[in-house]
Design a protein around this ligand. Structure first.
Ligand SMILES: O=C(O)c1ccccc1N[C@@H]1O[C@H](COP(=O)(O)O)[C@@H](O)[C@H]1O
Length: 246
């Protein structure tokens, strides 16, 4: 068993550009240019994974599907694993997402609004499907985090029963704020499921990554890092030194 924390640098895309939002609020974005250039930077820094999000699809206001497919194919060709999310809500969008060569895809809204479809695709695709549990407190958020999507613990129990292989847990109130991860939330989710958990939201420092690495034995498998890398709080090689290298 590994004690390494997997790191997933984030590339969130809105209107064709890499951006970071604050608490997922539309209009709060800071731009970071070309998504492929950002992804290639993370590859050059040693990224094993990239967490790639179509924000326009998540908000239901557009699509960057072609661009994300290009980024995925390009990076997958270099051996980088892609976790793709945003707007994957039906058979067509799931087939397109898996067809890009992404290693896995994250379901958000669909996992809250369409339990039967979600159970079916989990049964069909196994660990190619993860579910993003995006929460404020213990209330889930859907549709670009603009609508409430139910109780975290009830949904976790349902998804566990469906055989969900992995959860990406985001404290929406921490995301993009550089205020540190919600360690209590992560511990509680890990205590209630045997599936691995990817931590998302709030990472601000190398110390945060040390803390998250200490949670690996209880079930935290990885951490998504966004704003801290883009803002230069630390470099990806420094982060990998703390998290452990593949
Ligand atoms: O990542 C964000 O900053 C974000 C902000 C607002 C909404 C969604 C966001 N990200 C990810 O989008 C998917 C959910 O998309 P969908 O509901 O399945 O269409 C999920 O991975 C969120 O973490």
């Amino acid at each position: 068993m590994t004690d390494r924390l997997e790191l997933l640098p984030a590339v969130d895309v809105a209107d064709g550009q890499a951006v970071r939002l604050v608490q997922g609020e539309a209009g709060s974005e800071t731009g970071y240019g070309d998504p492929l250039a950002a992804a290639l930077d993370w590859h050059a820094g040693g990224a094993e994974w990239i967490h790639l999000v179509d924000l326009d699809a998540a908000f239901g206001r557009g699509s960057n599907a072609g661009l994300l497919a290009d980024v995925t194919q390009h990076l997958a060709g270099k051996g980088v694993k892609i976790e793709l999310s945003g707007g994957i809500r039906d058979d067509a969008s799931l087939a397109r997402a898996l067809g890009t060569g992404a290693t896995r895809v994250n379901l958000g809204t669909a996992a809250l609004e369409d339990p039967e479809w979600t159970a079916r695709v989990i049964a069909e695709h196994g660990d190619q499907i993860a579910v993003g549990l995006d929460v404020r407190g213990t209330t889930l958020a859907a549709r670009g985090w603009t609508q409430e999507g139910g109780d975290l613990w009830e949904v976790l129990e349902r998804l566990d029963a469906a055989g969900c292989s992995r959860y990406v847990v985001t404290d929406v109130t921490k995301d993009g704020t550089l205020r540190g991860p919600n360690v209590d939330l992560l511990r509680e989710v890990c205590a209630r499921t045997d599936a691995p958990v990817v931590a998302s939201g709030g990472v601000s420092s190398l110390e945060d990554l040390r803390v998250l690495r200490e949670l690996v034995p209880v079930g935290v498998e990885g951490a998504i890092v966004g704003k801290a890398l883009y803002a230069g709080a630390f470099t990806l090689p420094q982060a990998l030194d703390v998290a452990g290298r593949p």
